[in-house]
Design a binder for this molecule. Structure first.
Ligand code: NAD
Length: 306
């Protein structure tokens, strides 16, 4: 069994760490927030007093933190808090599961290597339910050897695990996938509002599009109107699911990647603006499919010139 340090016991990290404990691994957790520490203890995780204590005996260090800044600061340390990289034993495998920018992820890989360790970026999709049920999808960047080392652990937390290539390419896959998702959720929502205005029932549009070329996850799983897909967030007043704030964050990472590469991604940048506004307003804690309410409201007032 592997000795693992798990940093970041939040919505995602706590159930992920618990799945590793349940699989028989020795897991030393750490979080900066007292409530998360208590929740970790209650879940049977051995919670360390400091980040250095958590990683001292670890063969693998997993981070599940809010942003790239948090990951880089935790790796380097700050003030009188020792960094994870200096506190870990030589040749430790660092697996960052946070969703962060591709260039930040490559910076993290460089820091890990410079400190004499090995690193993978391994962002996830599947949300809290996927974390709880160990059905996450992992998108992994790093060497084949490190991927194979981490695979048995990732399999305890997820179901579909794809090695996407070298350093940062797990994050690249995540950002590209979520850009498709953001754009397609807006497209489906606009189509339903247009259908409403034309007198088309939700069921009729769903029956046609879900069996035709408009078929996509945003329609058949995350349908933005109540009824056709009883499990979609629209049936529970858009409780997430995947919150608008998280979609806005991920499209911000897409925007950064578009800026880095110079790709002419008009739809991606427009989706980024639409979700930024949504997350700043009603969508911070609502599912991102609730964007349909904004589109409907803006249509009722004659539309907006975005
Ligand atoms: P969260 O805010 O619930 O958890 C993050 C945790 O990290 C918090 O408990 C925070 O206190 C802790 N933390 C911050 N700095 C720390 C440090 N230096 N050391 C230890 N702990 C520290 O966030 P979350 O929803 O669990 O998301 C985590 C990551 O997963 C994010 O990058 C997010 O974008 C990504 N993600 C989230 C979801 C989702 O549905 N929530 C889905 C896919 C990916």
């Amino acid at each position: 069994m592997t000795t693992i340090a798990f940093l970041g016991l939040g919505h995602m990290g706590l159930p992920m760490a618990k799945n590793l404990v349940d699989a028989g691994h020795d897991v030393f957790g750490f979080d900066v927030v007292p409530a998360a520490i208590q929740a970790g203890r209650a879940a049977g995780i051995a919670v360390a007093e400091t980040p250095a204590e958590a990683v001292a005996e670890a063969e693998v260090v997993i981070t599940m933190l809010p942003s790239g800044r948090h990951v880089l600061d935790a790796y380097r340390g700050s003030g009188d808090v020792a960094g994870l990289l200096s506190a870990a034993r030589p040749d430790t495998l660092f697996v960052d599961c946070s969703t962060i920018a591709v260039d930040e992820s490559r910076d993290a890989h460089a820091l890990v290597e410079a400190a004499g360790h090995r690193g993978l970026d391994a962002p996830v999709s599947g949300g809290v339910v996927g974390a709880e049920n160990a059905t996450l999808a992992f998108m992994v960047g790093g060497t084949e050897g490190d991927f194979q080392t981490a695979l048995p652990l990732l399999e305890k937390m997820g179901r579909r695990i794809v090695h996407c290539g070298g350093a940062g390419l797990g994050q690249a896959a995540k950002v590209c996938n979520n850009m498709i998702l953001g754009i397609s959720q807006i497209a489906v929502a606009e189509a339903f509002v247009l259908g409403e205005r034309l007198g088309l029932s939700h069921e009729a549009l769903f029956d046609v599009a879900s069996n035709a070329s408009g078929q996509c996850w945003a329609l058949t799983t995350n349908c933005p109107v109540p009824g056709p897909v009883p499990t979609s967030p629209a049936n529970r007043d858009y409780q997430p699911g995947f919150a608008g704030a998280l979609m806005s964050k991920d499209l911000g990472l897409a925007e950064a990647a578009i800026g880095l590469t110079g790709v002419d991604a008009k739809m991606g940048l427009l989706a980024r603006e639409i979700y930024r506004e949504y997350a700043d307003g009603p969508g911070a804690s609502k599912d991102f499919s609730g964007i349909i309410q904004t589109i409907r409201a803006d249509s009722a007032s004659g539309g907006t010139a975005r």
